[in-house]
Design a protein around this ligand. Structure first.
Ligand code: NAD
Length: 471
């Protein structure tokens, strides 16, 4: 089963068409395979008005009923996981089984958030008074999402926003709008009209949203450069913001780590989704004692990987998602080669118009190489030697980013001690890429502003209201 090829905006629970369209390209072919509506300022106004109109009703709907509606939506998503997965592969490029897994993960995540509570905190209960802290919704939330995890990151935003009683205007990336549009269609059969509006658009829509006075909050995931623009625009009327931005995560592999296990984990973690993951390892530091072993075993796995069209069985890694990214990542690789660095490349990639890049390691580049200092966000990973722990911690922290990182060692106490010295919002020991609905996710430095997930993330969709009740 596949979805039909018509894509509409969802505004006030209605399917809405627009006068202009954006082309959607399959990155495995480089060809346009669908068009999505391009919402303009007038349609944005309509969506915001719809969300504002229904806000009091949704806010005052008992939490239990909002919860049930979200659980129904989760079931509906899961019921269409196959259709969503196939569409995801075509617009995003990821191999079908992994694309479908993101849809199911989205449904599971939505359920987990829907089951959370937004409890009232009693901060004083004395003879004289009781003081309650309520967490009330903000109003209309703009949810702005990138192309690398177009479904799960959508759920990260809409689930807590809707559960806490906000209404939402969701904007997917112009590169990957289609699953979000189908989600809007599906949600309009379950949620009251206007509670979740979905607008696709061209590059003008995001800036229009961050400036729109009708939003109380912008929940944004994307690049650090765009995040700064969102913050600037939001300052105009002091909109609340949550920014989940870029990362340049370091993994530190200590001499007692098992090279096989590290190679497996890096292949699965650093190269997942063709390395287009904010929390992928992007700088791999390996102790000199096991440097060659880890490098060579990881290279073997790169050679066994199959890069190709994600719709074809057996493909492990799809294309990079868009042409700009294809050129950017290829330039990083070409520059590394031109600088005389050694590249260890994975298996050959299909010829043709698809945006395929061989999985690539760069052997021990200097710290100031672009491939080390910049967020590659594509399948090229620098692997660097270290001998001194203090020195490698300084190198790992020497970044404008601070999203996540990992430490690999049999000595858990030592790994925890190192974890405490790394300036990142998440840090994993002997694992990577772990996130969970109940665990706060945030970035240090220019990796973000605010928190997603966990109670902290949920509360970012609320305003605290302290009520003093005399006895
Ligand atoms: P991007 O910043 O180009 O775009 C993200 C979204 O913002 C898109 O929907 C885009 O249309 C919209 N947008 C563009 N200009 C805007 C503006 N002025 N105001 C409001 N919205 C605007 O990012 P991308 O290339 O789609 O995604 C890749 C980046 O996202 C990487 O840097 C990656 O690390 C980061 N990312 C971060 C996380 C995280 O949780 N920290 C997760 C995934 C991706």
């Amino acid at each position: 089963m596949t979805f039909d090829d018509s894509f509409t905006l969802t505004i006030a629970g209605e399917a809405v068409i627009s006068s202009s369209q954006v082309d959607v390209i399959n990155p495995a072919t480089g060809k346009v395979f669908a068009t999505a509506p391009a919402a303009d300022a007038a349609l944005l106004d309509r969506a915001v008005a719809a969300a504002r109109n229904v806000f009091p009703q949704w806010r005052d709907t008992p939490l239990e009923d909002r919860r049930q509606a979200l659980l129904m939506l989760a079931d509906a998503i899961e019921g269409k996981a196959g259709e969503f997965g196939a569409l995801f592969t075509r617009e995003q490029g990821r191999p079908l089984a992994l694309a479908t897994r993101e849809i199911i993960a989205g449904a599971t995540w939505l359920r987990a958030v829907a089951r959370q509570d937004v409890a009232i905190d009693v901060v004083e209960d004395s003879a004289a008074r009781r003081v309650e802290v309520h967490h009330v919704p903000l109003g209309v939330v703009a949810a702005i999402v990138p192309w690398n995890f177009p479904f799960l990151l959508t759920i990260w935003k809409i689930a807590p926003a809707l559960l806490t009683g906000n209404t939402v205007v969701l904007k997917p990336s112009p590169y990957t709008p289609l699953c979000a549009l189908k989600l809007g269609e599906l949600a309009s059969t379950i949620l009251p009209g206007g509670v979740l509006n979905v607008l696709s658009g061209d590059d003008s829509l995001g800036p229009l949203m961050s400036l729109h006075p009708g939003f109380a909050k912008i929940s944004f995931t994307g690049s650090t450069a765009t995040g700064k623009r969102v913050m600037e625009a939001a300052a105009k009327d002091l909109k609340r913001i949550t920014l989940e931005l870029g990362g340049n995560d370091a993994a530190i592999v200590l001499p007692d780590a098992d090279p096989e296990a590290v190679a497996d984990a890096m292949f699965a973690g650093a190269f997942f989704n063709s390395a287009q993951v904010c929390i992928a390892t992007k700088r791999l530091y390996v102790h000199s004692d096991i440097y060659e072993a880890v490098r060579d075993k990881l290279h073997e796995r790169l050679l066994a990987g199959v890069v190709g069209d994600g719709a074809i069985a057996g493909v492990t890694h799809g294309p990079v998602q868009n042409l700009a990214q294809y050129h950017r990542v290829n330039k990083l690789i070409d520059d590394a080669q031109a600088a005389g660095l050694t590249l260890l490349r994975g298996s050959a990639v299909p010829k043709g118009e698809g945006y395929f890049i061989p999985l690539t390691l760069v052997d021990n580049p200097p710290e100031d190489a672009a491939v080390v200092c910049e967020e590659a966000f594509g399948p090229v990973l620098p692997i660097m030697r270290f001998t001194d722990i203090d020195d490698v911690i300084v190198r790992a922290n020497d970044s404008e980013y601070g999203l996540a990182g990992s430490i690999w060692s049999k000595d858990i106490d030592q790994a925890v001690a190192i974890a405490k010295r790394l300036d990142t919002g998440s840090i994993w020991i002997n694992q990577n890429r772990q996130v969970a609905p109940h665990v706060p996710f945030s970035g240090f430095k220019q990796s973000g502003f605010g928190v997603e997930n966990g109670r902290e993330g949920m509360l970012e969709f609320t305003q605290t209201k302290s009520i003093y009740i005399p006895k």
